[in-house]
Design a protein around this ligand. Structure first.
Ligand SMILES: CC(=O)[C@@H](O)[C@H](O)COP(=O)(O)O
Ligand SMILES: NCC(=O)COP(=O)(O)O
Length: 250
């Protein structure tokens, strides 16, 4: 199975928002990423619009529809009524629900499915009825009972929160421990028929071991580390490097 790369444009938007000017352009950088081999674009609009703005979404939807009809749009966020209505308007191929508080600096945990599984069921059903694939942000902590509860929501996939693994860039032994927990979580999800995505703090250096441990990994969404590399190598070369780190021959 090929692990696909969805480029998260949040960090590009954050740079743009430093000034009241339209650059760097999320549309232009998204286009370069898709031309270079990315399979999709991800955005995580937060209620305060501190990076991706709601007005960016129709622009990126049109970019994919008009120029890259095989690519996928993935919108991430907390399932508030506003967020659900936004997804219904924009019609991304995939919605990734995350349990983020609006005040949170960035995503730092998956859903507690014991507490929120019942709340998620009608939300997942609503999005799927609207034609969108639904993925749920999940801790990769090896909790196989939690994975069963994620499956019971009706979701199509989980997205493993890889932050703790990504944070081990200077402690490879600890990284191997987190990798095994991610792997066990993925094994349980796959056994339940859930697809598995992953994201947060992934890099060209930590991706190959993740893909090796989880060969059925469907998609990674990457923003922070990818944007950092794009400043150094350019967006097109960076996307090619990340695709190769996913195991793609590109
Ligand atoms: C769910 C997830 O891990 C990503 O959305 C990540 O949190 C990027 O969001 P920020 O760019 O706001 O940090
Ligand atoms: N879903 C994770 C994502 O989109 C990007 O996270 P990061 O690479 O910005 O940490």
């Amino acid at each position: 199975m090929t692990t696909t790369l969805s480029v998260n444009l949040n960090a590009v938007a954050m740079l743009r928002n430093r000034r009241d000017l339209p650059w760097p352009s999320v549309e232009a950088l998204g286009r370069i990423a898709l031309q270079a081999g990315a399979s999709g674009l991800t955005v995580h609009p937060r209620p305060d619009q501190r990076h991706i703005r709601f007005s960016d979404l129709p622009v990126l939807r049109a970019l994919i529809d008009d120029e890259f009809p095989d690519a996928e749009f993935n919108i991430e966020g907390y399932p508030s009524e506003d967020f659900l209505a936004l997804c219904e308007r924009i019609q991304p191929e995939q919605v990734t629900l995350v349990p983020d508080d609006p005040a949170q600096a960035t995503s730092d945990h998956g859903f507690d499915f014991r507490a929120t599984g019942e709340m998620l069921k009608p939300i997942v059903a609503r999005l799927k009825k609207g034609g969108m694939r639904v993925s749920l942000f999940a801790d990769g902590d090896g909790d196989v009972e939690a994975v069963a509860l994620a499956k019971a929501t009706g979701a199509d996939r989980i997205e493993l929160y890889t932050g703790p693994y990504g944070g081990c860039f200077d402690n490879p032994e600890r990284g191997i421990e987190f990798l095994e927990l991610l792997g066990r979580t993925a094994d349980a999800a796959l056994a339940h028929g859930l697809g598995v995505n992953a994201g947060h703090d992934l890099t060209v250096d930590n991706l190959p071991a993740l893909v090796k441990r989880i060969p059925a990994l469907a998609e990674v969404s990457i923003g922070h580390g990818l944007t950092a590399d794009a400043l150094e190598y350019g967006m097109a070369e960076t996307v090619r490097r990340f695709c190769r780190a996913c195991g793609q021959t590109i």
